[in-house]
Write a protein that binds this ligand. Structure first.
Ligand code: NAP
Ligand code: GCO
Length: 262
């Protein structure tokens, strides 16, 4: 077996949700680099236009759609326009950092809808076609909060914990059709979502949370979206055909480490 062929995505179409920038954009870039055709979606027309230009600058002829992944009708319309989806990356996600007792039920539900219910909706939409075509790949972007909690992220941790179990359940239910469903669990990655945790303080010092994460990460740094390239290509390719229901953590070692003593 030619190892390059093992990781090749030539002839495959990948749909990456929420891939206007951040982790989704990096994953789409990596899959394109391995030969996949890329489709992506987001909610904002402005984000879409900027993203299309950024993909073009990288030589990627991505197809972009305005689609709120919580809306089944928008999603089925987008998938009809894309055609066969061989690789689905459920990446779109939000976080709300609010103490649980101060979080409204609607705020909790909004996070659950986007971070957990939408991957269910998107996976449900593509699985029948994957079965017809003899198989497919689903990659759910989980989180360290699929394993751990922390203050103010009750909705997000509940969603990402559920997404880990949805990943295992899709693998269990559809593995017989040669569908592999795995998760990528990024650690702390420098994107717009985590920008508030890295803001330079008025006195010019690092944000306390920034320093905390660096002390808790053996790699001694935040991850960059590009750190996820390899895991994405691996889980989207033939190289992972016997890997199913797993979460691959790309976290610089933070989940393994008790943390540097003060
Ligand atoms: P981000 O910078 O906030 O980007 C999120 C993307 O999702 C944006 O393109 C956004 O575009 C889109 N989006 C949000 N809600 C959507 C919806 N309902 N329908 C369609 N698109 C939607 O986030 P990120 O840091 O790249 O994170 C991406 C994923 O990785 C998320 O699932 C996040 O939970 C997860 N993650 C992040 C980290 C980290 O440290 N950054 C670590 C672990 C896991 P629009 O606003 O235009 O829709
Ligand atoms: C937070 C961060 C984290 C990261 C990521 C860690 O507020 O703790 O946003 O949740 O986004 O999920 O893996």
């Amino acid at each position: 077996m030619n190892v390059n062929e093992l990781f090749s995505l030539k002839g495959k179409t990948a749909l990456v949700t929420g891939a206007a920038y951040g982790i989704g954009f990096a994953i789409a870039e990596a899959l394109a680099g391995a030969g996949a055709d890329i489709a992506f979606c987001c909610r904002s027309g402005e984000h879409l236009d900027t993203a299309l230009e950024n993909y073009r600058k990288k030589g990627i002829a991505a197809k972009g759609f305005i689609c709120d992944v919580t809306d089944e009708a928008q999603l089925s319309d987008m998938i009809e326009k894309i055609g066969a989806v061989d690789i689905l990356v459920n990446n779109a996600g939000i976080i709300k950092r609010i103490p649980m007792t101060e979080m409204s039920v609607s705020e909790f539900k909004e996070v659950i809808d986007i971070d957990l219910t939408a991957p269910f909706i998107c996976s449900k939409a593509v699985i029948p076609g994957m079965i017809k075509r003899g198989g497919g790949k689903i990659i759910n972007v989980c989180s360290m909060m699929s394993e751990l909690g922390r203050e103010t992220v009750s909705a997000y941790a509940s969603a990402k914990g559920g997404l880990k179990m949805l990943t295992k359940n899709i693998a269990s239910e559809y593995g017989q059709y040669n569908i592999q469903c795995n998760g990528i669990g990024p650690g702390y990655i420098a994107t717009p979502q985590t920008a508030p945790l890295r803001e330079i303080q008025p006195d010019g010092s690092r944000h306390p949370f920034d320093s905390f994460i660096i002390s808790k990460t053996p790699a001694g740094r935040w991850g960059s979206p590009e750190d996820l390239y390899g895991a994405a290509v691996f889980l989207a390719s033939k190289a992972s055909d016997f890997v199913n229901g797993q979460i691959l953590y790309v976290d610089g070692g933070i989940l393994a480490y008790i943390g540097r003593q003060p």
